[in-house]
Design a protein. Structure first.
Ligand code: ZN
Length: 87
């Protein structure tokens, strides 16, 4: 679930093998458009596949980072505020 397709849905070009480098460079703060150019992903259909997966990954990361805070929020907001102040 949520993995990058091996091929572009629209044109059938191979994109899956480019994802790893793309993701790594995006996380390192590089410009997405520039990385796609470097990887030779020039068609918009292919670019949008990789770009949309960055957003998916970001959403997923949010859920991995948040769970502890969410639990506290349900049990009592005061507790959560105390924890934030300690930081
Ligand atoms: Zn394509």
């Amino acid at each position: 679930m949520g993995m990058v397709p091996v091929r572009c849905f629209s044109c059938g070009a191979l994109v899956g093998h480019k994802w790893e480098e793309f993701e790594r460079r995006i996380k390192a703060g590089e410009d997405a458009g520039k990385v796609l150019d470097d990887l030779g992903v020039r068609r918009y259909c292919c670019r949008s596949i990789l770009l949309s997966h960055v957003e998916v990954i970001d959403d997923v990361l949010k859920y991995f980072i948040k769970p502890m805070g969410d639990k506290r929020e349900r049990e009592g907001e005061r507790e959560e505020e105390n924890e934030r102040e300690r930081e």
